[in-house]
Design a binder for this molecule. Structure first.
Ligand SMILES: *Cc1c(COP(=O)(O)O)cnc(C)c1O
Length: 387
């Protein structure tokens, strides 16, 4: 029987020849994944990463990205989530249940704190915030029901560099899991597993993407049990990622180390220049001595990125520092970072932190890939407009 044209366009006759070879990873879109026969379907389990069962659990495109991300951080396993925040939520939902306690660094990514508060209010969990400079003394805060510690080094706005090995050692002595938001270092400047971390979280939205256009997150682990627990909860929550987005990250990944070191170089030049300015009282860049935890950064990190903050002299009001930010022209006002464009955001720290004692206004810079002299000239003209 000759098939109808409608049937023919659904059953293609063309398949790519063996031997076609190129650098890009193929984009495999799939919801339905086909099984050879019923027996193969019945014997397949979705947790088995050597096979494919359904698009939600990945295609060769997403598995390729997962393998590369695990390799960057010297991890064994990786799973993708629809955003950095989704990855954070996945960890908390996978390892906390009613009656448990979670310790969250006071300088953690704001929405991670919000998540803690929501779990505390509606799900019978206690969430407590600790001073990021606490180090080994975190053991004093660990209770019998503490299950998870969230750390971030440096904190994404105030930039304190926590002593991750000391926190991990204290946690492991009490069987507590440590999850690190490792986005600032992109997994390049800080190797989480060499410093004791159990789960490394990345907002791929930042440097891995680099294009200011994709939202995605990743969780890297060395321990298969932790990974499988995260996979189970990811599946229960139905979190998947789009393969076109995965492809965009794969396309950016080869230039990640080069981009990261360019951000680092540009940011340190600008941070050093800012330190010489009378308007600025502190430069909170982990590679500079003003930054709490600077020595820890020197000990544990091999680089920095493009993100740092400054504290203005306390004589400048919020209205004045807002005018500074509004007067910038190359630096745009917007959240997120890690792309080619420089960004600048003023923060109201008192509303974000349990104990914030700095008197001056805090402004955060994301240094992009523009020419450094042009960026400095832009900052200089905006400082002159503060009045
Ligand atoms: C941006 C960011 C996140 C969240 O990533 P999204 O993909 O925007 O959800 C988490 N942690 C840090 C430190 C971030 O900068």
């Amino acid at each position: 029987m000759k098939p109808h044209p409608a049937t023919k366009i659904i059953h293609p006759e063309y398949t790519a020849p063996e031997g076609f070879s190129a650098f890009p990873t193929a984009i495999h879109h799939a919801s339905t994944v086909l099984f050879e026969n019923v027996a193969a379907m019945r014997s397949s389990t979705w947790l088995d990463k050597s096979i494919y069962t359904y698009g939600l659990h990945g295609t060769p495109t997403s598995r390729t990205l997962e393998a590369r991300l695990a390799a960057i951080e010297d991890g064994q396993h990786c799973l993708l989530a629809p955003s950095g925040l989704a990855a954070i939520a996945l960890v908390s939902l996978a390892f906390l249940k009613s009656g448990d306690d979670v310790l969250i660094a006071d300088n953690a990514y704001g929405p991670n704190r919000d998540l803690g508060e929501w779990l505390a209010r509606d799900y019978g969990i206690t969430a407590r915030y600790y001073d990021p400079m606490i180090g080994a003394n975190i053991s004093d805060l660990i209770q019998d029901n503490t299950r998870l510690i969230w750390a971030e080094a440096p904190g994404s706005v105030s930039m304190e560099v926590a002593d991750i090995p000391a926190i991990c050692q204290a946690a492991h002595a009490r069987n507590v899991i440590v999850a690190l938001d490792n986005t600032w270092s992109a997994g390049i400047a800080f190797k989480p597993f060499a410093h004791g971390v159990d789960i490394s979280m990345q907002a791929l939205t930042k440097y891995q993407c680099g294009g200011s256009d994709v939202l995605m997150g990743a969780l890297v682990t060395q321990d298969l049990k932790l990974h499988e627990r995260l996979e189970v909860v990811r599946k229960l929550l139905g979190m998947g990622v789009g393969m076109d987005d995965v492809y965009l990250i794969l396309r950016s990944l080869p230039s990640l180390p080069l981009r990261f070191s360019a951000h680092d170089l540009h940011a340190r030049k600008i941070a050093t220049w800012l330190k010489s300015r009378p308007e600025i009282s502190k430069v909170l860049h982990p590679a500079m001595p003003d930054c709490p935890g600077h020595e820890t950064w020197q000990r544990d990190f091999t680089g920095a990125g493009g993100l740092f903050s400054v504290i203005f002299d306390a004589d400048y009001s919020e209205a004045q520092t807002d005018r500074f930010v509004d007067s910038l022209s190359l630096f745009k006002i917007g959240y997120s970072w890690g792309g080619a464009n420089s960004l600048c955001v003023p923060y109201r720290m008192k509303a974000m932190r349990s104990n914030w004692t700095e008197k001056g206004q805090l402004v955060r810079f994301n240094i992009g890939l523009e020419d450094v002299a042009d960026l400095i000239a832009d900052i200089e003209q905006a400082l002159a407009k503060m009045g």
